[in-house]
Each structure stands twice: as structure tokens, then as C-alpha cells.
Design a protein around this ligand. Structure first.
Ligand code: KG4
Ligand code: ZN
Length: 353
């Protein structure tokens, strides 16, 4: 059983073929480097390049996978959230393909894709689990009771974690995207060089905020000599990275502890003989590639006896394999979309299709 998956929510065109056991037969990506010169993605340019790329890329992926269109059992596509013009190209192509080969269409939420890509590395991963979704546009802590039932327990009030990396890198003159370059400079920096603000440090809630940090970095840069900033760029990057990553780790662990305490209480009230399941934490999204976040999450989960699931770096970035992985559960439940499917750009994981 083969699923063809398409991802065009931002500036990368990606197509993959998987079977229904989470094996990826082939995946190919076409990156749009043209956006670098603008310091961010230009939506209109992105959708135009998707149109030029998608058919050729699909043909190449099928060839690499060694299969033909009649062997495909379903066509999956990311439908939200994302840039509406970019999504529209992928969805229109997927609808046309599904109609012409007479196979069902599956609409996938992009964030759900970031979470379920973990199934490729950990096929046995199943709910309940707590997912920290940290991408360029989203920062959400989501508790999955089952594949179909979940709660967003925390989210950013303003900028996403990836957006904070990108905006701070821009302020520091480090280019776009900011996450990888800040990550790499930080390895030679002292994270305690300066103490940038962390929102809701004391508050026991699960929301995040990064706009204050961005302003603090801007004020810092404006109140120091250019040479001083240049000489200490590694330390400033490391301090900013710490201020982005620390709340992510602290709040995820805090919520996991709450879950664990609830389980213990329930166990005491019922049958004392059952062994308590470890709380599972899943990392997802582009910022999950961050070295400090990965290292801290491993340390903290070890300390508290939780299980951690971290995707390989190549699966943190936008890719069609993640759309295939999230489509498998839908395929098994015959949760198909109709041909009047429309993409929508809306925020967050709440609006799951
Ligand atoms: O998930 P993603 O590929 O796109 C969205 O769905 O938004 O995430 C892109 C984000 C960018 O903001 C980028 O700066 C960030 O992920 N990112 C990183 C790292 N690699 C990518 N942030 C921190 N450290 C990294 N190593
Ligand atoms: Zn993404």
C-alpha cells in the first residue's frame, strides 16, 4: 500500500512515497534559495515556484521509489496552516491527481505532520503523549490522549520560538533562517554572558512569549558599540538561545510532572499492582533541531524518568515524509477528504482536518 504525500506549506516543495508501515521509499525536496536575498519568504514568489516544480518533482520521486501512479493507494497533502498561495498549489495538484488516478485524497494538518514524523523513527510510539511543537510559525504544547483526541495546553502569546530565532538573528545581522546560525555560534559562546528576559518565568502556566526577548536583544544591540557586539557575538547568541530554549524545557517538564502526579494519584485510588506508564514527551518542528533543546530535554527527561522522542534533524524541517506519516492513521480510519477541499492558512493545531 503506497501513499504519495505532498508538502508545499511554505517555501520548500517536497514529495514523498511511503508504505503504510512508516517506511519511506523516496522523498525529494526542492528548496527555494531566492528568498534569502529578501531576508524572509516572499509568499507570491514561493507559490509561483511551487507551480513550476511540483509535477517534475512528483515524477522524479515516483521514479526513485520504483513505482507508478496506478500503484498509489492515496494522495496526502498538507492543507493548513501555512501560506495560502503555497498551500493552494499543493492542494490543487493533489486533488487533480487523486481524481485522475481514482484514489482517495487525505488532508493533513502540517503541525500534526511534524508530530507524526516521529513514527518513522519510532513506529511503536502511540498516545498518550505530550508533544512540544516548535516551528517557525508555531509554539504549542499539545497533550494527545489518543490519535484523535488532544488538548492544546499551552501556546505562544506572540512570536513562535522559531520566529524568535529568526528575528533575533536578523537584529544581530546573522541572516535567515536564524535558528541554525544561532545554534552553531552558541556552541562557542557563554550562555550566561548576559541575562535576557524569559517571559512568565515565575508563572505556573504553559504559555510562552518571545516578543519581549526580541525587544531586549534590540535594545542591547542599540546600547553597545558595533565592535563590542561583533567581538561577543557567540556569547550574545548563546544567551539569546538560552532565553528561548529554557522556557520550552521548563514548561514541558512541568506539565509532564503534572501528568505523572495525576497518574500516581489515580493508581493509588484504584489498583496498586499495575505498573505506572512513563510519561512520553515528543519533540516536533524546525526548532526541535536545536542542539541545546535536544540536549536539555534528554537531560531533564532522564532526571525525571520520562521517555523522550526526538526526530532526526532531517525530519525536524518541513518535508513530505511527515505528511505521509500523519496520513497513515487517517488512511487506516478511512478519513478521506472530498474534492471540494480547500486549504486554509489559520493558526495552530486546533483546526485539524
Ligand atoms: O518547522 P519548520 O521547518 O517550518 C515551519 O513549519 O514553520 O521550522 C522552521 C524554523 C525556523 O524558524 C528556523 O530558524 C528554525 O526552525 N530552526 C532552528 C534550527 N533549525 C531550524 N531553530 C533553532 N535551532 C536550529 N538548529
Ligand atoms: Zn513546519
Amino acid at each position: 500500500m503506497y501513499i504519495l504525500a505532498i508538502e508545499t506549506s511554505c517555501d520548500d516543495t517536497s514529495v514523498a512515497v511511503s508504505d503504510t508501515e512508516y517506511n519511506i521509499l523516496a522523498e525529494m525536496n526542492a528548496s527555494q534559495l531566492v528568498h534569502n536575498e529578501y531576508g524572509g519568504v516572499v509568499p507570491e514568489i514561493a507559490s509561483r515556484i511551487h507551480i513550476q516544480t511540483i509535477m517534475k518533482l512528483t515524477d522524479a520521486v515516483l521514479k526513485r521509489a520504483g513505482i507508478t501512479f496506478p500503484q498509489i493507494e492515496a494522495v496526502a497533502v498538507s492543507v493548513n496552516p501555512g501560506l495560502i498561495g503555497s498551500l493552494l498549489v499543493g492542494v490543487s495538484y493533489a486533488k487533480a491527481l487523486s481524481y485522475s488516478i481514482g484514489k482517495p485524497l487525505i488532508a493533513v494538518n502540517h503541525l500534526l505532520g511534524h508530530i507524526y514524523v516521529n513514527k518513522i523513527t519510532y513506529p511503536d510510539l502511540s498516545p498518550p503523549f505530550l508533544a512540544l511543537v516548535v516551528s517557525g510559525g508555531h509554539t504549542e504544547l499539545v497533550y494527545f490522549r489518543s490519535h484523535l483526541s488532544f488538548n492544546v495546553v499551552g501556546r505562544t502569546c506572540d512570536d513562535a520560538a522559531g520566529e524568535a530565532f529568526d528575528k533575533i538573528a536578523k537584529i544581530l545581522g546573522l541572516g535567515y533562517p536564524g535558528g541554525p546560525v544561532i545554534d552553531s555560534l552558541s556552541k562557542q559562546g557563554n550562555a550566561d554572558f548576559t541575562d535576557f528576559p524569559q517571559a512568565f518565568r515565575q508563572k505556573r502556566d504553559y504559555n510562552f512569549s518571545y516578543s519581549g526577548l526580541k525587544t531586549a536583544v534590540l535594545n542591547y544591540v542599540q546600547s553597545h558599540e558595533k565592535d563590542y557586539i561583533r567581538q561577543n557575538i557567540n556569547h550574545i547568541a548563546a544567551s539569546a538561545q538560552k532565553a528561548i530554549v529554557s522556557p520550552l524545557v521548563r514548561k514541558t517538564i512541568q506539565y509532564a510532572l503534572e501528568l505523572s502526579n495525576k497518574q500516581t494519584e489515580k493508581k493509588l485510588q484504584t489498583d496498586a499492582d499495575t505498573t505506572q506508564e512513563k510519561v512520553k514527551i515528543v519533540l516536533a518542528g524546525g526548532v526541535a533541531a536545536n542542539s541545546l533543546l535536544r540536549q536539555k530535554m534528554i537531560e531533564e527527561t532522564e532526571k525525571y524518568g520520562f521517555e523522550i522522542y526526538i526526530p532526526p534533524v532531517k525530519h525536524c524541517m518541513d518535508n513530505a515524509s511527515m505528511i505521509a506519516a500523519a496520513a497513515i492513521v487517517k488512511y487506516e480510519n478511512k478519513d478521506f477528504a472530498s474534492l471540494d477541499l480547500n486549504p486554509f492558512s489559520t493558526k495552530g493545531i486546533r483546526e485539524i482536518r
